[in-house]
Design a protein around this ligand. Sequence first.
Ligand code: SF4
Length: 334
Amino acid sequence: MPGAEFGFELRVCAWAERHWTPAEPDSRVLVARQLGTQRRRWDTVIVEADPEGVRTRAALGERELDPELLSLARHAPAEWTYYRDALPDPGYGWRYVREAVHRASARGVLEERKRSNRIEIRRVAPYPDWVRRIVAVENKPDLDASAARDLAAQLERDVALGLADEVWVATRADETRALVTEMPTAAGVLTVGGEMDATVAWHPRSLDPDATGVRVTAHGDPTEFEYVPPEEKRETRRRIAERAYGRGWRSYVETMRPDCRAFDLRRAGEGYVPFCRAKGREQTAAECAGSCAEFSPEPPGWRQRGWPIEGGPGQAVQRLLAERRRRRRTDAGD
Ligand code: SF4
């Protein structure tokens, strides 16, 4: 059924946020969805964060740092320094770096000033090493034999690359038997029963993100692959963690239409999932768009007259989810 996989994914995120047990008990847990690289996108990503590190990270703002800003945050010096002396040679025009410096300074990621016609920069806070572990979860509520084979092959590639510290598949409890036998033994299996009751059916093996990984580039005979050095993996992990920090897992509401009369949020286990009253079921993020045939915008009066308090239901939903995301990030920075 459309929407079932999306709703399952949100339930897994809500469960992980509340019940995930990090490897180090004092780690803070951040959960995000649909993150990864150009080649591979994971459904749910759990970042286990160093509590002191994530507090320091908060000094650089709530929003994620894109790769340019991340590089500036990591290299900005403690004392005022000419930007070209402080930053690594970008390998392309410095004028692009200057533009990024202006953007970073406008966002409060670093400070800039002009001295003798030269731009100098200084950091507002050191960029901390705040990521302890990254756990990737593939959500597959319903599996047939051929989907299980494809998933097993995908997980084999995740294990060979070792970008995450652990890889898991989450599925419905009644799929367990087939899954455990099909999946690579290094991958964990999480079974989800009822509204949201998850149990571990198979523990994963810890992978080594600090080791050289193997990336399959072409299937065939022979299979082609390339080695991925640890430094490239570390950089990719930092970028994934930044996106998780900035987006969390509730940002789906930004692409859906909570301003539609039919949009509703229903309680599901420990969180909320979107529910479409017009379709009478949970809708996917893709179908809940302005192009939806049943889209019916809130009357302007709801929004303009502060109905019932500061805007209509759409705005209230946005506020609820934004507030929960912010609170989660703040809790992680406690
Ligand atoms: S009718 Fe369409 S746009 Fe409105 S809530 Fe349902 S899926 Fe979303």
